[in-house]
Design a protein around this ligand. Structure first.
Ligand code: ATP
Ligand code: MG
Length: 579
């Protein structure tokens, strides 16, 4: 998984990659060569008292070191650039994939996890790639080259490696084995902490109003504590690693000097050879350490790669059907036997709903909370796909046209009024990117939003915070209505969009909508009978079923559910009058 992800995203960087490998190769060769030169200086220069040899070889060493510095700088620069490029590509893919998700897929992963996957998980993979650029080339060459060159200096002394290397490998491996499971936990706990934090920031006023601060603080403390515990555990294990490594390294130097000293005394070895030998042993141990480090990073990045790939492999449930046509749709809406069931739910939340709405008419949907009104509205622009039955807009089955043509014909005002950070103009223009300022004012006028926008500092350029949190609920609703109205769509869907408006504003808004919707189909979900009373057709929903359909007058005769709703909303005086 990790390999596939990395290989696919590195493919465009073949040139820099080859250069990095070549440069690292050269730099490692230089590292390997330097101790041998040093040994020659000592044995041929210092011991024999020849200054010219010292200067000659010393000059060489300086030159090689300078070359090595250049190689290292260029290689590191290229590595960083390539690794960051890989991170950028993976994040772009993730973002693109998430954009195609319908509410169902987002719900499956959860928004916090999608965020962690796009940020922290990508960073893990990116870091591994950066490290491996340095270590994958350097470690093996340094290890094998080091062993060969150490043996060239002195074969019997090299036997020490047979003891040290296994010791080092086994001790590091024991630690790494314990580290890996902790890494998987850490990524999950990051998801959890993101989730709690997100919910608390979004719901901060509710938390305050219900005096839940202590409870929420506790909840955050738990998530935070879990993450801290796991991180501490990895920290403790890692802190054990370095002392062990340095212990092995230092014991090794003592061993080398001890046995080497005896061999020099006996005349089997020269002093220079001993210093070179010591350097090689250190290089070999270094390379083993690097390899172990890689082994430690790989499982963590592999966990992250799995989490990333899971998102990339998820196919959105709502997609353009093969051969979907690009059509200009009018607003004629026909819903036939539509049903919807949430995946995993026991029973459908909507079933057997049939109705038709022609351009120029207004259809209203009324029903108690949870009766499936929003679900019905969401089926039309295919935010959710009906599990049974069919829906057609402009005479075309919604699944036979592209999502763009379908949604382009629809102006949706969702129940949860959402605005994006930016300005009033940027939000309204979302409905129609080419709109002029006059168009925007006209739309605001219809939505009964012009007055308060004119009073905002900056007017159209007044700033809007994320979600629209710096305007009131009713103002937000009206801006959302303006956003839908500005494109003059063929089919308007208002999901409970007038609920936050007072009666007078509600009436004015409906009156202003009339002239612009003469050729369009309007579907209005509302709780208030007064909002929908004059609609051409009223649909009464009850527990996901259509229990009545007709005009206000007809329903007053035929539908007990409708009568109940009407009665419940009448004042005492009205009821006395009705009786
Ligand atoms: N994401 C979801 N997963 C599972 N069930 C859901 C989900 N969203 C809504 N439901 C269920 O679907 C049913 C219909 O919800 P819907 O939002 O359509 O009701 P509504 O009529 O719009 O209510 P309201 O008047 O409060 O807006 C509800 O009973 C709800 O429990
Ligand atoms: Mg609703």
């Amino acid at each position: 998984m990790l390999y596939r992800l990395v290989a696919r995203n590195l493919a465009p960087h073949k040139g820099p990659l080859l250069l990095i490998v070549a440069l690292q190769f050269l730099s490692t060769l230089a590292t390997l060569y330097l101790p041998t030169l040093n040994a020659d200086i000592i044995d041929d220069g210092v011991v024999k008292g020849r200054t010219d040899v010292i200067f000659g070889l010393g000059g060489w060493m300086l030159l090689i070191t300078a070359g090595q510095v250049v190689c290292a700088i260029v290689a590191t620069f290229l590595s960083a650039r390539t690794a960051m490029g890989l991170g950028r590509a993976v994040r772009r893919d993730l973002f693109g994939t998430v954009q195609t998700f319908s509410a169902q897929e987002v719900g499956m992963f959860g928004a916090p996890s999608l965020i962690t996957r796009t940020t922290n998980d990508v960073q893990q993979v990116q870091m591994l790639v950066l490290m491996s650029f340095t270590m994958m080339v350097t470690a093996p060459i340094m290890c094998i080259g080091g062993i060969i060159l150490a043996m060239k200096q002195d074969v019997p002394l090299s036997a020490l490696l047979l003891v040290i290397l296994p010791l080092l490998v086994v001790s590091i491996w024991l630690i790494v084995r314990k580290l890996v499971p902790t890494f998987r936990k850490v990524q999950k706990q990051l998801d959890a902490i993101n989730g709690v934090l997100r919910e608390q920031i979004t719901g901060i006023s509710v938390i305050r109003a219900f005096v839940r601060r202590d409870y929420e603080a506790e909840r955050f403390a738990t998530a935070n504590g879990n993450l801290t515990a796991s991180q501490l555990r990895t920290g403790r294990l890692l802190s054990l690693m370095f002392p062990i490594i340095f212990f092995v390294v230092n014991v090794t130097s003592v061993g080398v000097l001890w046995f080497g000293g005896q061999r020099i005394d006996a005349g089997h070895m020269q002093i220079g050879a001993l210093t070179a030998f010591l350097s090689y042993i250190m290089q070999i141990l270094m390379s083993v350490m690097m390899a172990m480090f890689m082994f430690m990073m790989i499982p963590r990045a592999a966990v992250s790669a799995e989490r990333i790939q899971a998102v990339l492999d998820t196919k959105p449930s709502v997609v353009d059907a093969p051969g979907a046509a690009v059509v200009d749709l009018d607003g004629a809406l026909v819903v036939r036997d539509a049903a919807f069931q949430y995946p995993g739910a026991e029973s459908p939340v909507l079933s057997g709903v049939s109705f038709a709405a022609a351009p120029g008419t207004t259809t209203a949907v009324i029903g108690s909370t949870g009766s499936g009104k929003s679900t019905l509205v969401n089926l039309i622009p295919r935010l959710l796909d009906a599990t049974e039955g069919s829906i057609s807009v402009g005479g075309h089955d919604t699944k036979s046209v592209t999502l763009d043509s379908l949604r382009g014909a629809i102006g949706l005002v969702p129940q949860k009024a959402y605005l994006f950070s930016g300005t009033v103009a940027s939000n309204v223009r979302m409905g129609f990117p080419d709109a002029t300022d006059e168009d925007i004012w006209a739309a605001l006028e219809i939505a009964q939003a012009a007055d308060f926008v004119a009073e905002m500092p900056g007017g159209l350029d007044a700033p809007i915070d994320q979600g629209g949190s710096n305007v009131s609920g009713g103002q937000r609703q009206r801006l959302c209505i303006a956003r839908a109205v500005i494109a003059r769509p063929a089919l308007y869907l208002f999901d409970d969009s007038f609920s936050a408006l007072d009666f007078a504003t509600d009436a004015r808004l409906r009156a202003a909508l009339k002239p612009v919707t003469t050729n369009s189909t309007v579907l209005v979900v509302a709780q208030r009978v007064s909002t929908i009373m004059h609609a051409d057709n009223i649909l009464v929903l009850d527990e996901g079923r259509l229990v009545g359909q007709g005009t206000h007058a007809e329903l007053m005769e035929t539908s007990p559910t409708y009568q109940e709703i009407v009665t419940s909303q009448m004042t005492d005086e009205d009821q006395e009058y009705a009786a």
